[in-house]
Design a protein around this ligand. Structure first.
Ligand SMILES: NC(=O)c1ccc[n+]([C@@H]2O[C@H](COP(=O)([O-])OP(=O)(O)OC[C@H]3O[C@@H](n4cnc5c(N)ncnc54)[C@H](OP(=O)(O)O)[C@@H]3O)[C@@H](O)[C@H]2O)c1
Length: 291
């Protein structure tokens, strides 16, 4: 039985990875922040060496894009130097290393889903820290796998500290306050359970290097919010806004949808549609809430 070490195992993706790999018959060891802080090189080295896994998965990240502008050093330690810790520990233990990066490595001047060969040009401290993490992952071993994803939403986001866009929209709808969502940014929101399953598919296809796994459907954040409200059967007061009316500390790419063509060319199943994903999300969320 192959052993998998999962770091950041309490995040919305980390919990899905634990479920998917266990279901596929792997033995999993889950390391959350309270047990191993990935910025602690010695702790990471000991955890990996003592478990001796075949795979090291990193689902931990610093995801506070706006806050990172004020504390770029913190973002860099988690998203870059800690990825180096994990990649080096995996390499020393002869394990394959898998980590996640972001659509924000691109500058957003494109107008079709980004392929892996397009040159990155990150616009923010968060984006630079994630891109630097990609370089460290690949520097340790050519067998490392870097999966860039986008706007991750999974049912575990209902209870994680970071949450996700769906939870934010449902909370705002319940508050009955007017909701403003940007219509001048296009992304490809990604369903965490499907992202975790495609991660296992990529590993089983022996993929290495950079792969994009986005939601497969470019959509504005405003339209995505409307889709969420329709699926949830709620009718809040939602209106479109834009970056000019609603400036943020961090600059973001205007267009950052990802193309999954490199992944599907390996014979791996495409991602579910956003309609299917949001239905599944709301079903699982309701089940979890009633449990
Ligand atoms: N969420 C998105 O929209 C999005 C978009 C593009 C790419 N991604 C990437 O996708 C991956 C998964 O993201 P996610 O949505 O699952 O994030 P998430 O739910 O915020 O989970 C991240 C986890 O990392 C943990 N963590 C943070 N710093 C740590 C440290 N120093 N040591 C150990 N654990 C630490 C967090 O713990 P605490 O709660 O204690 O901080 C949290 O459990 C990340 O690489 C992320 O950058 C996400």
């Amino acid at each position: 039985v192959k052993r998998v070490a999962i770091f950041g195992s309490q995040g919305q993706l980390g919990q899905e990875l634990a479920d998917v790999f266990a279901k596929r018959g792997y033995e999993t060891a889950c390391f959350d922040r309270s047990c191993v802080d990935i910025t602690d090189a010695e702790g990471v080295g000991k955890a990996v060496a003592s478990y001796a896994p075949a795979l090291v998965l990193n689902a931990a990240a610093y995801n506070k894009v706006d806050l990172a502008e004020n504390e770029p050093d913190v973002a860099y330690r988690v998203n870059s130097l800690a990825v180096r810790n994990l990649a080096q520990a995996a390499h020393a233990a002869d394990a394959k290393f898998i980590t996640y990066s972001t659509d924000y490595v691109f500058d957003g001047t494109g107008d079709e889903p980004y392929r892996e060969h397009v040159a990155p040009r990150p616009l923010s401290a968060y984006a630079v820290s994630k891109l630097s993490g990609e370089f460290y992952a690949m520097a340790s071993s050519e067998q490392s796998l870097v999966i860039r994803t986008c706007g991750v939403f999974g049912p575990y986001g209902r209870t994680t500290a970071g949450g996700n866009f769906v939870e934010t929209m449902l909370r705002l709808a319940a508050s009955e306050k007017p909701i403003r969502v940007v219509e001048d940014f296009i992304a490809s929101p990604t369903y965490a359970p499907a992202l975790a399953a495609r991660t296992a598919d990529l590993v089983e296809a022996d993929a290495s290097g950079i792969f994009h796994v986005g939601g497969g459907e470019p959509i504005t954040w405003f339209d995505w919010a409307r889709k969420i409200f329709a699926a949830a059967g709620v009718t809040p007061d939602v209106k479109a806004t834009n970056a000019r009316e609603f400036p943020t500390p961090a600059e973001r790419p205007r267009y950052s949808a990802l193309s999954n063509a490199k992944m599907t060319a390996l014979g791996i199943a495409p991602m579910p549609s956003l309609d299917e994903a949001i239905r599944s999300y709301l079903d699982r969320r309701a089940t979890a809430a009633s449990a």
